[in-house]
Design a protein around this ligand. Structure first.
Ligand code: PLP
Length: 420
């Protein structure tokens, strides 16, 4: 996100953040809409290699809303959903059902019924029992991919690592269960086997795991003599949260991956499949930031300083969940001394931390504003009403101006389902 100090105050696209805070309140999620579009276009550009058919399916779980779905549609993106709620939102935003892919390791009967009646275009089967379940419910042919587990270990946090042999996701290609599922799909009444899916994990920055997975899967296809039309290699492309992080090299990586695919297909005399990818985080994370107002500043002499903000783990869970690190900037730049501080939320958990040990101006006081960068993915979508906190508002900023795309929750909404 292009966020820069102008006259000692942070601005996004010419909008001083104090003005944005005055107008929309805090905590506030801010997205650079143009950057989200740019990110979609980058993937299209990287995949537009003449003879390869491809599609890009945005993973809803990173962040979803009606206006985002509209944007994705305009940028020729499809969508992945894993629940009735994500499907409902995608449809409400106008995503055509045939461009929606239904994922998930435990789809319920109700969800399958809903997705089938809405006309969802593709199901990603994640378990053997799902074959019979979907087949039983379906009244018409349903295209399916099988989620397989290629068994590659990736270097990321174990909570976001998914492609290893011991996982709740997918079926193993090494122990025969993937093969069994494909046989069942082929024997079913309504399911049409289209190909394979794998997702190796998230926040990956290396190309090698994608190459390794493709090699393993294609070799296995050759050995088992299974033909596929579609190869879906998932998402998980890493982004920059702090200076320490590397980004996944999108252009270089897909060049390499597609070359590898072509070579393998030639070597094994296989038809080139249509490829699908599923970026989530890398479309929205760096295009988003959270704006907070500071409250209590507590000095513990000789120990540390705690700066509290008006949100916390209810809108920023990843630090509490897996120690994720973020860049935090004061909206007003002050000359002079900085001191090490912990930024903490206002929720009743000691783990409610946004960032530890960061340098902030010595004279920070109640009413100042802070920005946490790269919060566009897995923040609003993980937001909760813990402590009856209201979910924040969300705005899109583009060259055309600012627009609110999600309103702040009202107090009354917190009890709207309560029986009185
Ligand atoms: C989470 C997920 C993605 C997206 O991962 P990102 O890290 O957000 O890119 C894609 N595909 C599947 C199956 C997922 O579970």
């Amino acid at each position: 996100m292009m966020i820069e100090y102008v006259d000692n105050e942070l601005q996004i696209k010419g909008h001083p953040l104090s003005e944005v805070a005055d107008k929309y309140g805090t905590p506030l999620f801010i997205y650079d809409e143009d950057e989200i579009r740019e990110n979609c276009r980058r993937y299209h550009h990287a995949l537009q290699k003449d003879e390869i058919g491809y599609s890009i399916s945005y993973a809803s779980k990173a962040f979803t809303s009606i206006q985002l779905v509209r944007l994705l549609r305009e940028e020729n993106m499809k969508m992945d959903v894993v629940s009735a709620g994500e499907l409902y939102t995608a449809l409400a935003g106008g995503m055509p059902a045939e461009d929606i892919h239904f994922h998930g390791n435990n789809k319920t009967r109700e969800e399958i019924e809903y997705a089938l009646s809405a006309g969802v275009g593709l199901f990603v089967v994640d378990a053997l029992d799902e074959v019979a379940l979907i087949d039983d419910i379906a009244q018409h042919p349903v295209q399916v991919l099988l989620r397989v587990n290629p068994g590659v270990d990736v270097d990321t946090h174990s909570y976001i690592q998914t492609g290893q042999a011991d996982s709740k996701f997918g079926l193993s290609i090494s122990n025969g269960s993937a093969l069994e599922a494909i046989k069942e799909i082929k024997h079913s009444r309504n399911l049409e086997f289209k190909g394979l899916h794998y997702h190796l994990g998230s926040q990956l920055t290396e190309i090698q795991p994608f190459i390794d997975a493709m090699e393993m899967v294609l070799r296995w296809l050759k050995e088992t003599d299974i033909q596929i039309e579609v190869l879906n290699m998932g998402g998980g492309y890493g982004i920059k949260y702090t200076e320490k992080d590397d980004r996944f090299p999108i252009e270089e990586a897909f060049e390499e991956i597609i070359n590898k695919l072509k070579n393998l297909c030639r070597q094994y005399s296989m038809a080139l499949p249509h490829i699908m990818i599923e970026p989530g985080r890398s479309i929205v994370a760096e295009a988003g930031a959270t704006l907070y107002e500071t409250g209590v500043v507590k000095e513990i002499p000789g120990v540390s300083r705690y700066v509290s903000i008006d949100g916390g783990m209810s809108d920023h869970l990843r630090t509490a969940l897996y120690g994720a690190e973020y860049t935090v900037l004061p909206v007003k730049k002050e000359e002079g001394k900085e001191i090490r501080s912990h930024i903490v939320g206002k929720l009743c958990e000691s783990g409610d931390v946004i960032s530890k040990d960061i340098a902030l101006p010595e004279n920070i006081t109640r009413g100042d504003l802070l920005v946490v960068k790269s919060t566009g993915a897995y923040h609003y979508s993980m937001a909760s009403n813990y402590n009856q906190m209201r979910k924040p508002a969300v705005v899109f900023i583009s060259d055309e101006g600012i627009r609110e795309i999600i309103k702040r929750q009202a107090l009354a909404q917190l009890i709207e389902n309560d029986v009185t």
